[in-house]
Design a binder for this molecule. Structure first.
Ligand code: UD1
Ligand code: UDP
Length: 357
């Protein structure tokens, strides 16, 4: 069996690492196509190196552009590769423009699509990710769901049962695979002079938070107030960096860093007193390490850690509210459960691809 896998953005390189390995183990021939959506060394190459993901067979180098322009360039390159490679499946991850382009290109040339992280819904169509997910799921023949909530969303939308396969969340596979390496190899706490459980780790990159100066200002100013009590580390996503620079926003008191490699990021997550984030991946990693989390959004598609009490939503439009939520989360915990599976999602994905015609 031959598959073409599309990756393009940071979280997709991370998800692809265990899946690529599982596919090879299952005897599946994989052609890895990097769209080039993320291209800075610390947004791309560093993950291939640290997670042992093999080099892409093809990089389209699309770079940054508007949604339409970026997606259109990807469509052209992906279609060409699919026509040349003639795979049995196209595999896409998550909800980025690379996911959307992969699903649309494949559906048009009659290559069946398998979608990892199918069925997630924020029910907020102003998010580009929600549009990407809806289209990818509609076009997919195999919907690989990470959670029961995702399965229910698809059932509610009338997706036939034989197209849905529960795998668990592949990010949990990754966290289990790299936890010990992060503890053993990362020196990030020493480098940043941080003490275990005595700092807040924050990330912000969603378009709805970074592109709205009011919201970005509220988040930064909420974190500045937190930093008066606890050090706050913010590895800055390039989208946020651009908006902070353009708006001349004040970040005094917050420890800004470049985007971090994966082992340093995991290590920082594991040692944090609280994580404040608008990232889907980071929210879940907070839960995997049982670190209290404040999600800087109105809603989340990863509802499980909120329901279990480890995570709380905080609409990021009021600085004082953010400060209160972050400081209030310190020392809290929630109920124990494993809603994200058993760390063997990648293996189930390989099996599902082989078993589905
Ligand atoms: C994308 C995804 C988002 C995902 C995130 C993961 C879409 C619509 N959004 O958001 O769902 O959560 O990746 O990180 O697909 N830039 C650089 N260097 C890079 C990449 C980007 O400087 O290597 C800057 C550019 O100014 C660019 C901006 O970041 O315009 C945004 O990049 P883009 O890939 O469009 O979206 P992300 O915000 O990264
Ligand atoms: N991550 C990282 N370095 C950073 C920020 C995030 O390695 O500086 C990792 C993080 O641990 C998680 C993934 O990137 O595994 C999440 O990606 P991101 O927040 O960009 O996207 P999302 O998950 O929201 O789509």
């Amino acid at each position: 069996m031959k598959i073409v896998t599309i990756v393009g953005a940071r979280p997709q390189f991370i998800k692809a690492a265990p899946v690529s390995r599982a596919l090879a183990k299952a005897g599946i021939d994989e052609f890895l196509l990097h769209t080039g959506q993320h291209y800075d060394r610390e947004m791309s190459d560093v993950f291939f190196e640290e997670l042992g993901l093999r080099a892409p067979n093809l990089n389209l180098n699309v770079g940054s552009a508007s949604h339409a322009e970026q997606t259109a360039t990807m469509l052209v390159g992906i279609e060409r590769a699919l026509v040349e490679q003639k795979p049995d499946w196209l595999l896409v991850y998550g909800d980025t423009n690379s996911t959307l382009a992969g699903a649309v290109a494949a559906a048009k040339v009659n290559v069946p699509v398998a979608h990892v992280e199918a069925g997630l819904r924020s029910f907020n169509r102003r998010m580009p990710e929600e549009i990407n997910r809806l289209v990818a799921d509609t076009l997919s023949s195999l919907l690989l769901v990470p959670t029961e909530a995702a399965r229910k969303n698809l059932q509610r939308e009338g997706v036939p049962e034989d197209r849905i396969v529960w795998t668990g969340d592949v990010m949990f596979d990754v966290a289990l695979m790299f936890r010990d390496q992060a503890l053993g190899r990362s020196t990030v706490l020493e480098r940043l002079g941080l003490a275990e459980r005595n700092y807040v780790l924050a990330t912000v990159h969603r378009a709805e938070n970074t592109d709205d100066p009011g919201r970005l200002r509220a988040i930064l100013s909420g974190l500045q107030a937190v930093a008066k009590e606890l050090p706050v580390v913010l590895p800055v996503h390039p989208r946020a960096r651009k908006m902070i620079e353009q708006g001349g926003l004040d970040t005094a008191g917050i420890r800004l860093t470049e985007p971090l490699g994966f082992l340093d990021m995991l290590r920082l997550e594991m040692g944090a007193a609280v994580i404040a984030t608008d990232s889907g991946g980071v929210q879940k990693e907070a839960f995997f390490h049982r670190v209290p989390c404040v999600t800087l959004r109105e809603e989340t598609e990863w509802v499980e850690s909120v329901e279990l009490g480890w995570n709380r939503l905080c609409p990021p439009n009021d600085a004082a509210r953010i400060t209160h939520a972050v400081l209030g989360a310190r020392g809290t915990s929630g109920r124990q459960a494993e809603p994200y599976g058993d760390g063997r999602a990648a293996e189930r994905m390989g099996r599902a691809l082989l078993e589905h015609p």
